[in-house]
Ligand binder design. Structure first.
Ligand code: AMP
Ligand code: MG
Length: 267
């Protein structure tokens, strides 16, 4: 899965990342789904262990263009995990109290505690993406944020948080189809938002903002992955595999049992 990781210090040109790439898996969609289901079982077991051991904290950041598949990823990849140890934090347009503070204030409070996995559905990266594209603050201000974000994530890492960041990469045509489907499908229509069309008009500005954000903030401690996301099944497979690898790499163990636990057959 290393092929999708942005190496620290490298440039990013999203036009050279194919949203339809399938090169990390040999099989077809059905085989891919079966593989993801198997990975999901492992993820469930690893998350139980993470919770039981209570030693590590895991932060998963999801970013994408509108209709890029953030919600679907959360639903599919984390299906069946114990909600006790997993939390989703969604970041919308800042509320007045959030607006009154620095942009990392609302974010820090949502980071995982020991034994927890937290999934960020959007994140502090909006503050160098939508904020940049819409010129909500001057460039002299948002440009400094790359350094803040690197320092913030490095602090979290030093204090025991494993961070992994996914950019779900869809093509502009795929976005159009998905936005149309939202309008056509009564079960998806609630998600349709006239603002999405306005954002779509700024597609190139967003791609450029993403390219710079990914290049500036992909580090060893908190790497970005550009996930080919035109096919949901492939996206889910790749993300599941990266997460399972990350959790397996933690060499976790169940804690020692408490001293003096009785044998219930003889008490
Ligand atoms: P959704 O994820 O579709 O519910 O939309 C959330 C909206 O909130 C998106 O349009 C984001 O761009 C916007 N948003 C999130 N964070 C910020 C931020 N820091 N400043 C401005 N808008 C934001
Ligand atoms: Mg939206």
């Amino acid at each position: 899965m290393d092929r999708y990781r942005i190496k620290p210090g490298s440039q990013v040109d999203l036009s050279r990342h194919d949203p339809d790439d399938r090169s990390a898996f040999d099989g077809d969609k059905a085989a891919g789904k079966a593989e993801t289901a198997a990975l999901n079982g492992r993820l469930e077991a690893l998350q139980e262990l993470l919770y039981a051991e209570g030693r590590h904290k895991v932060l998963v950041v999801l970013q994408a263009m509108d209709a890029g598949g953030k919600d679907g990823t959360i639903r599919s990849v984390f299906e069946g995990v114990n909600p006790q140890g997993v939390k989703v934090a969604s970041f919308k347009r800042p509320t007045p109290p959030e607006q009154a503070h620095d942009y990392l204030w609302r974010v820090h409070g949502q980071t995982p505690g020991s034994g927890e996995i937290v999934i960020f559905n959007r994140s502090h990266y909006e503050d160098v993406l939508v904020v940049r594209v819409h010129e909500l603050v001057p460039e002299s201000r948002w440009r400094k944020r790359f350094a803040h974000i690197r320092a913030f994530e490095s602090m979290l890492g030093d204090e025991g948080t494993r961070i992994v960041k996914f950019f779900l990469h869809v093509s502009k045509d795929e976005q159009r189809e998905r936005l149309q489907e939202r309008i056509d499908d009564p079960r998806k229509r609630w998600k349709a938002n006239p603002a999405d069309l306005e954002e779509r008009k700024r597609w190139d500005d967003y791609q450029a903002a993403y390219e710079e954000a990914l290049a500036e903030t992909s580090t060893e401690q908190a790497p970005w992955y550009v996930i080919p996301a035109n096919a949901n099944w492939y996206r889910n497979l790749v993300i599941s595999r990266i997460l399972v690898d990350l959790l397996e790499g933690l060499s976790m163990r169940y804690p020692e049992p408490a001293e003096g636990i009785p044998d219930m057959r003889v008490v």
